[in-house]
Design a protein around this ligand. Structure first.
Ligand code: GSH
Length: 222
């Protein structure tokens, strides 16, 4: 039986889960919800996730919320590639890097991207972005440094840590490419100019079979 994945276009959390399913070759029924129509707030959806947030996975009678837990559930549906490590040492590194993404990178990216992606940028956009930028650069610098010694964040193989981090990098890059960002001279684009290893890692993830099916549909249009 296929798992069902409820997701929203552009949600970095949901993107992780789609990437995990594609990387594992786990078949899934896709339920793309509209944020605008508040399909993640309907009584039926709230029964699955009272928080009213995507992603949600349904596997028979089992419902899983939280992107990392969903990736873990998907990982157990097929043997290869292992996204959470095979040996104790590998599992430790995957958890270490996934934690860094969740506790450091997520906030750093949201604080940077949110003001830039707001439909009507606040007057204090430049100040908000300037405040958020050092933390973002610190996090990206950590990823760049890690990738000096290995192709993926947690080691020699793709893992959940990479799939957790990638959509947040993309979110930051999308924000940096917005019209409102142009006068701010953020130095993030092209990524390879300052973060060559991160750009090469981005390319490795985008070469995954099935990657195109995970790309946020509304990003293609705008
Ligand atoms: N920690 C959760 C975060 C999920 C989340 O915040 N999803 C957002 C989409 S980017 C959402 O559905 N927000 C709707 C809301 O909170 O009302 C996870 O990792 O799955």
């Amino acid at each position: 039986m296929s798992v069902e994945i409820y997701w929203g276009s552009g949600s970095p959390y949901a993107w992780r889960v789609l990437l995990a399913a594609e990387a594992k070759g786990v078949p899934y029924v896709s339920h793309l919800l509209s944020f605008q129509a508040k399909e993640h707030k309907t009584p039926e959806f709230l029964k699955m996730n009272p928080r009213g947030a995507v992603p949600v996975l349904k596997d028979g009678d089992t419902v899983v919320t939280e992107s990392l837990a969903i990736m873990h559930h998907i990982d157990q549906k097929a043997a290869d590639p292992s996204l959470f490590g095979r040996t104790p040492a590998e599992r430790t590194r995957v958890l270490e890097w996934s934690s860094r993404v969740v506790y450091d990178m997520e906030d750093a990216v949201w604080n940077f991207a949110r003001p830039l992606l707001a439909a009507k940028p606040a007057d204090d956009l430049a100040q908000k972005v300037a405040e958020a930028r050092p933390k973002l650069e610190d996090v990206l610098g950590q990823l760049e440094a890690a990738l000096a010694s290995r192709p993926y964040l947690a080691g020699e193989a793709l893992s959940a840590a990479d799939l957790a981090a990638y959509p947040f990098l993309m979110f930051a890059l999308r924000a940096a490419g917005k019209e409102a960002a142009k006068p701010l001279d953020l130095g993030l684009l092209p990524l390879a100019a300052r973060y060559p290893r991160l750009a090469a890692w981005q390319g490795r993830i985008e070469a995954l079979p099935g990657y195109d099916r995970t790309y946020p549909p509304h990003w293609r249009a705008m």
